[in-house]
Write a new protein. Structure first.
Length: 135
């Protein structure tokens, strides 16, 4: 399904996929945000975890407020219906799950400005690179 972005003419696409969330449970279906970059789609599962509580003061008194942090899980979807899960975009994780293209990825990291993938733009650039070298 798609959401129309109110601030512009773009839409946000979601798709239901079947994944195995941990070793102890069977596979289940989840909704992920899908962003297409050429031949490869980047899918993001926006999950949150409880990070703690903080004290908040208002005119009516003081109360505890829950704090949640986002911990996204990324999936790369290839044209041959291969789905690869990446919890963090570290070099070690990328080399492990994409070992067939390790030399090309190593060259990409050498030529990129920071050599790391931390921001959304760097993730986008990396997926675009993967899409360009995918045969």
């Amino acid at each position: 399904f798609n959401f129309l972005n109110i601030e512009g003419d773009s839409t946000i696409s979601f798709r239901k996929i079947r994944v195995r969330q941990d070793v102890f449970t069977d596979s289940g279906e989840i909704f992920v945000q899908e962003i297409k970059y050429g031949k490869i789609s980047l899918m993001i599962s926006h999950s949150f975890y409880f990070a703690g509580k903080t004290m908040v003061r208002t005119d009516k008194g003081t109360y505890l407020k829950d704090i949640y942090k986002e911990e996204p899980v990324y999936y790369l979807h290839f044209p041959d219906n291969t789905l690869i899960e990446i919890k963090r975009f570290s070099r070690k994780n990328i080399y492990t799950v994409l070992s067939a293209r390790k030399d090309l990825i190593r060259q990409y990291f050498r030529e990129s400005s920071s050599g790391k993938i931390r921001t959304g733009q760097e993730i986008k650039d990396f997926v675009l690179f993967l899409s360009s070298v995918y045969d």
